[in-house]
Design a protein around this ligand. Structure first.
Ligand code: HEM
Length: 433
């Protein structure tokens, strides 16, 4: 097929690219993903304000792109970035647009070196041994708080803001060894960072500028890096088992981590490890509300909870996409993607691909296998995969036995973001068990 046949209609392209579409996830974004998978699984989008980008929507094609680091690299823009925002990023860094030295921005040989020297911290045994008891305390505490809202066995809450957000924040603060006095600052920076597209989060001095998102992104990264740079100095020589101390003591090729790597990893992990997990839990509870027999099944048989975790991850898909750039001409599906072309891997689409998931819109805790793309795939697969799975399992193990039924008690709202996005509010009415 010639490239001209592969152009994505403008309304479909905008539906998946424009952050403003995402509050209508189920009526606009996911139907556009279905259209793409069925009609143009690898299609070229040319939308005003963005460089041309290939939209890859089928599970198998996304996996092909993510696993082939030789043909596709991460480069300076691992998430969709407008032309104005790219120009601003380049102006900050005299040409190279890398806004910080986080693994998502790295390619070989730099990426495996930096990533592997932090590997031991992220192993499931390390997390279970050093952190699972603390996660359980946090989980009991937040579940107690939710139950305290019930009067006569019935309660109402905003599951997102009254309940679930507090938990991953405490988890990530524990992992970083930060006292809870820093929680409000950490929460504010996380919201600014992950909501950098959302004008509601923009600092007053950037309001209304065409490159406001990039300015917001750069300013928040700088604040986060400065915060961790100061903190790291206080941990030198400490034997604590937190990640800040681990990185301070870790070595790359026998040398201490360069400041730019250490501060960027820690700066990125605070938001990466926090909002994503909250969105996976709240999105999963929306699944349980819509498919109440699944909640009943998990209550009867708690051994289903690990499957519930995976289905929460698939159904919610908190990270909606990641980008890659072709380093050579490569064929994906019917398209020949040219060296230098940008590729947007639509994780939310891959996770609803009926070629891989039977009845993909059904929330089913018994799916086996459940090869969702929520953590990506290949060499850049999320480093926090075990932390996220363990913390979600622990919370659900505490919550499920204590909740009787749960239903919607108002309208849901979804963040206007095309990268990390999900429920902004989830009003629920619940009964206690
Ligand atoms: C449900 C929760 C989470 C989701 C959905 C999620 C999702 C993702 C995704 C999609 C990527 C991008 C991979 C790519 O470039 O293809 C990523 C990377 C990463 N995540 Fe997570 N994440 C979660 C939790 C965490 C946690 C808890 C941590 C750490 C405490 C973490 C740390 C990282 C790091 C360091 C990377 C960069 C990996 C690399 O490029 O080598 N994430 N995550």
């Amino acid at each position: 097929m010639a490239t001209t046949d592969l152009h994505v209609p403008d309304d479909i392209a905008r539906a998946v690219m424009d952050p403003a579409s995402y509050p209508q996830l189920e009526s606009v974004v996911l139907p556009a993903c279905t259209w793409l998978r069925d009609n143009l699984p690898v299609g070229l989008a040319t939308v005003d304000g963005w460089d041309p980008v290939w939209l890859v929507s089928r599970h198998a094609d996304i996996v092909q792109v993510l696993r082939n680091q030789g043909a596709f690299h991460n480069g300076d823009f691992p998430h969709l970035t407008s032309i104005a925002s790219k120009e601003f990023a380049r102006s900050l860094t005299s040409g190279s647009a890398r806004s910080f030295d986080y693994p998502s921005y790295m390619d070989p040989p730099e990426h495996p070196k930096v990533r592997s020297s932090a590997n031991d911290f992220f192993r499931p045994e390390y997390i279970r041994k050093n952190y699972e008891p603390a996660f359980r305390e946090f989980a009991k505490d937040v579940v107690d708080g939710l139950m305290a809202r019930a009067d006569g066995g019935v309660g109402e809450a905003d599951f997102v803001n009254d309940f679930v957000r507090a938990y991953p924040l405490r988890v990530v603060l524990a992992i970083l060894g930060l006292g809870e006095d820093l929680a409000p600052r950490a929460l504010a920076l996380t919201r600014e960072f992950n909501g950098f597209h959302d004008p509601a989060n923009h600092r007053a001095e950037f309001a209304g500028l065409p490159d406001a998102a990039a300015r917001q992104w750069a300013a928040t990264i700088k604040d986060l890096r400065d915060f961790f740079s100061d903190l790291r100095r206080t941990r030198a020589g400490s034997e604590s088992n937190d990640l800040v101390t681990f990185i301070e003591n870790a070595r790359i090729d026998g040398e201490p981590w360069e400041d730019r790597y250490a501060d960027s990893l820690l700066a990125g992990i605070l938001p990466a490890g926090h909002d994503t997990t909250a969105l996976a839990l709240s999105g999963g509870v929306l699944g349980l509300i819509r498919f109440p027999e699944q909640l009943a099944a998990c209550k009867r048989d708690p051994s289903l909870i690990p499957g519930l975790v995976e289905e929460c991850l698939r159904y919610s898909t908190p990270a909606k996409h990641f980008m890659r750039i072709a380093v050579e001409d490569v064929t994906v599906g019917d398209a020949v993607i040219k060296a230098g072309d940008e590729v947007m891997c639509l994780f939310a689409s891959g996770n609803r691909d009926p070629r891989v998931f039977a009845d993909p819109d059904v929330f089913d805790v018994t799916r086996r296998p459940n090869p969702h793309l929520t953590f990506s795939s290949g060499p850049h697969i999320c480093s926090g995969i075990h932390i996220a799975r363990i913390e979600m399992r622990v919370l659900l193990e505490e919550l499920i036995p204590r909740i009787g039924t749960v239903e919607l008690a108002g309208e849901i709202e979804i963040e206007p973001a095309n990268l990390v996005s999900g429920l902004r509010t989830l009003p629920i009415r619940f009964t206690t068990a």
